[in-house]
Design a protein around this ligand. Structure first.
Ligand code: UDP
Length: 372
């Protein structure tokens, strides 16, 4: 149990409903954190898009839903794009509901999961502390400015999933890195598997599926692919780039099914083309005992212990991927699970987030007159 029980208002992503998959890894992050923080005695209100679901209920957990149009995703915008908020936008509605509710119940703090400029910008002007778990790297100039500007005002309000993600931003102090967390009861460890190669994630260019498909094709193997086809034209182009039948589309499946199918794989291939903030699917595979062969780029490059839980290869080196896939016999599946149990459970994640928020709630000498 925590020393001090907090009432926290968690603001979900303004893209899709929780459970839809449209929010990407943020959905799992939020669910894991809810679980970990509840187990540490905190009271939570989640503000999320209409139709959201949480996979558990608790007397100290409340879900409030908000209707509205999705924000455009920054990872699919031009890096120099201006800020856009659509009419009937979900983002301002989420913030309005969160602030109103936080004031009504006397919440201790708000925790924002959305990657957007508005909540960053408004933070210094609020009487209630607003914290931000940043879910991506520097996807645009305006977002970079927003994060760096807030960091100059009071960097304690910012946390990142990995140091590599945080390195995208010019911050006055070393970043607060909180990793991510997973409910290991949901991931069955499979000590042996001689099955297929797998790949999981949103089917979108920044995820680099084409390289994993090329590596599987070079080995004459199938590649099982799980995830939402965010970009249908891209998915078709990837399929056309490899011999027919190389890719076996498995669709977007809930966590229980994903881990069941993924756990039978010989390896997960992870080939990000961007500075992936963390890489949930990497850790989900490791939790099942599945080694990961990945590019040494972004979060996966920080999470995978090359030679112990998988292999890291130079970014964009497809021949390096195939060579590494031939060295899987050197990786012990138990070591993969062990790493997750030590570094990435809901509990350790919640402890890190709790420590971050408690440190940020101690009054500092920040003042908006000397900032922004
Ligand atoms: N995912 C899922 N079902 C699928 C494929 C993916 O639930 O069929 C989830 C996966 O568990 C992970 C998320 O989608 O939590 C993808 O997160 P990741 O951090 O890998 O990438 P992001 O989409 O956030 O860029």
């Amino acid at each position: 149990m925590a020393h001090r029980c907090l009432h926290l208002v968690l603001i979900s992503t303004p893209i899709g409903a929780l459970g839809s998959g449209r929010g990407g890894g943020v959905e799992l992050t939020l669910r894991s954190l809810v679980q970990g923080l509840l187990s540490r005695g905190h009271r939570l209100t989640v503000i999320a898009g209409a139709g959201s679901t949480l996979p558990f209920s608790d007397s100290r957990l409340e879900l409030l839903e908000v209707d509205g149009c999705d924000q455009p995703s920054w990872q699919h915008s031009d890096p120099t794009a201006d800020i856009t908020i659509p009419a009937n936008g979900m983002l301002p509605r989420l913030l309005e509901r969160a602030l109103t509710h936080a004031r009504q119940v006397g919440a201790d703090a708000l925790l924002n999961f959305g990657y957007d400029w508005l909540p960053l910008w408004m933070t210094p002007y609020l009487s209630i502390p607003l914290f931000h778990l940043i879910s991506m790297g520097r996807e645009s100039a305006v977002m970079g400015e927003g994060i760096e500007s807030l960091g100059r005002w009071d960097q304690r309000r910012l946390a990142f999933h990995t140091a590599r993600q945080a390195a995208d931003f010019a911050l006055p102090a070393p970043p607060r890195v909180v990793g991510n967390g997973f409910d290991l009861r949901q991931y069955t460890f499979r000590p042996t598997a001689d099955g297929s190669l797998g790949w999981a994630g949103r089917i979108a260019p920044e995820k680099g599926l084409e390289d994993a498909a090329a590596a599987a094709a070079a080995l004459g193997e199938h590649l099982l692919v799980w995830g939402l086809k965010e970009d249908a034209a891209y998915a078709e182009a990837v399929e056309a780039s490899v011999p027919e039948g190389t890719i076996e589309w498995r669709g977007f499946v809930p966590t229980a099914e994903l881990q069941r199918q993924l756990g039978g794989c010989r390896a997960l291939i992870n080939t990000p083309k961007w500075n992936e903030a963390y890489g949930n699917v990497v850790v989900e595979a490791l939790a099942c005992g599945v080694p990961v062969v990945a590019y040494d780029r972004g979060g996966p490059g920080e999470l995978i212990q090359s030679g112990t839980t998988g292999w890291l290869v130079p970014p964009d080196d497809v021949a390096g991927l195939t060579a590494a896939l031939n060295r899987l016999n050197l990786i012990k599946r138990q070591a993969c699970r062990d790493w997750v149990e030590t570094h990435a459970t809901c509990q350790v994640f919640a402890e890190r987030v709790e420590a971050w928020i408690l440190a940020g709630l101690v009054s500092g000498d920040v003042s908006i007159s000397t900032s922004l």
